[in-house]
Design a protein around this ligand. Structure first.
Ligand code: ADP
Length: 428
């Protein structure tokens, strides 16, 4: 029960951490990419501005001037392998060029990014206008500074993989830490739950003795009615019925407390059982009640369905379901009990045309002491634990109970238990 909770807790913890790490990683990636582009743009601006004063010489000497490595003013900030500088006249004709980047397009003012230029390498460019004579209102030419984006792309790719691997390793570490933390968080809950379970089992066990003593004393007194004052006879009957009910409640609580324990409900009394036999006996036993209530009681029981189980527990499971069906079906209604085989499972259906259960209440039907209508009188002899016990018995036989119901239309409880050969004899 708690291992499922532990894994769910760990999974939610990991999901939250993964979401936080993804947001953080994406933020870091975007921030660094932007700052790389900003740095590049600054570099291009500096380069273009450094090349501006040379425009007149380039106009006069062309390539000869730009190839003079020692005298050009941009020599210290220019990288021949990844950058290029181009000078254009006012008609956008190329005057001179330095660097290996080849762009065929004419200069366009401002920053541009070419993803597929001639060389195949993505390139970022900055084109600025050159004004050497301030009296002129149009530029005398243009300078275009370009830089390959290859380096930035490589850095971005490296950053991407560092973030992915870093994030994954962090998640794995968080997973280990989270497992330990969820274990620590659940430990006290597990302890208090097991203390509560132990308390219920001990209390029920301790109460058994006094209740049996009271019941025995009342029975003895009732065996000698002549010794009882007529006024006390009714009181004694009430005490007897209350102790019977209390005894039943204690037995039920003890049964559930044992079922909750990992040791499980004892399985030593298990044998090969013909389910139709159990159901047949039950039908015979409960038919008078159906007749008394004027309920049509039908049954279709397939004979060859065998399971491995505890006869008295299975008897209890099915009698709880059938007694409920009879209890919550008004006069003139129908209760149908059927036994069939579906693949590797025995399928027992107890269907009625009774008052039904509202769909929003269906998830609670197997909760302890749950009743659809708190004001409704309980089934005679019922403790409010009938369905919880039925559920625990089905689970202990490797099966489960499901319920479908519609208010004022009826209910259908279906029990699935693995047939012999597939029954593992333990709970889910
Ligand atoms: P009890 O019958 O002693 O109250 P159960 O655990 O057997 O306790 O049933 C719990 C509640 O489920 C019942 O009080 C009733 O409200 C509802 N219930 C069970 N079976 C049926 C049924 N066949 N039709 C309608 N309601 C049902």
């Amino acid at each position: 029960m708690f291992s499922g909770l532990r894994w769910r807790l760990l999974l939610s913890y990991l999901t939250v951490m993964a979401a936080i790490l993804s947001i953080f990683g994406a933020g870091v990636y975007v921030f660094f990419s932007r700052s790389l582009y900003n740095q590049l743009d600054k570099k291009l601006r500096t380069l273009a501005q450094a090349a501006t004063p040379s425009f007149t010489q380039v106009e006069a000497q062309g390539r000869k001037y730009v190839n003079q490595v020692d005298i050009v003013p941009w020599r210290d900030i220019f990288n021949y392998d990844s950058q290029s500088l181009e000078w254009f006249d006012d008609r956008e004709r190329l005057l001179a060029k330095r660097g290996i980047i080849a762009l065929e397009s004419p200069p366009e003012l401002g920053f541009r990014t070419f993803t597929k230029p001639k060389t195949g390498i993505p390139v970022r460019t900055l084109t600025i206008s050159v004004f050497t004579d301030s009296s002129l209102d149009r530029p005398e030419g243009f300078i275009r500074a370009s830089q390959s984006l290859e380096e930035i792309y490589t850095i971005k790719q490296q950053l991407f993989w560092v973030l992915i691997f870093g994030g994954m390793s962090t998640l794995i570490l968080i997973g280990f830490g989270g497992f330990w933390l969820s274990q620590k968080a659940i430990e006290p809950i597990e302890k208090s739950f097991s203390r509560l379970r132990q308390f219920t089992a001990d209390a029920s066990h301790e109460l058994r003795g006094p209740i049996t003593a009271i019941k025995a004393s009342v029975d003895v007194m009732q065996c000698h009615p002549e010794r009882i004052h007529p006024k006390d006879a009714k009181k004694l009957t009430a005490i007897s019925s209350a102790t019977t009910q209390m005894g039943q409640l204690i037995e039920d609580l003890l049964f559930l407390a044992r079922a909750d324990n990992s040791e499980d409900i004892p399985t030593r009394k298990r044998t090969k059982i013909a389910l139709n036999k159990i159901l047949q006996d039950l039908v015979v036993l409960l038919e008078p009640i159906a007749n008394e209530k004027n309920i049509i009681f039908r049954y279709q029981l397939r004979p060859d369905v065998y399971i491995f189980g505890d006869c008295s527990q299975l008897n209890r499971l099915f009698s709880n379901l059938v007694e409920n069906a009879l209890q919550y079906t008004p006069s003139g209604g129908i209760v149908n009990v059927s036994l069939s085989k579906q693949n590797r499972f025995a399928l027992v259906s107890v269907e009625d045309t009774g008052i039904g259960i509202a769909s929003e209440q269906l998830p609670c039907v197997f909760d302890r002491f749950w009743r659809a209508d708190k004001a409704r009188t309980r089934r005679e002899g019922g403790t409010g634990l009938g369905l919880s016990i039925a559920n625990a018995i089905a689970q202990s036989h490797g099966g489960k109970i499901s319920v479908t119901s519609q208010i004022n239309e009826g209910s259908c409880f279906q029990v699935r238990i693995p047939v012999l050969g597939h029954n593992l004899g333990h709970r889910d």
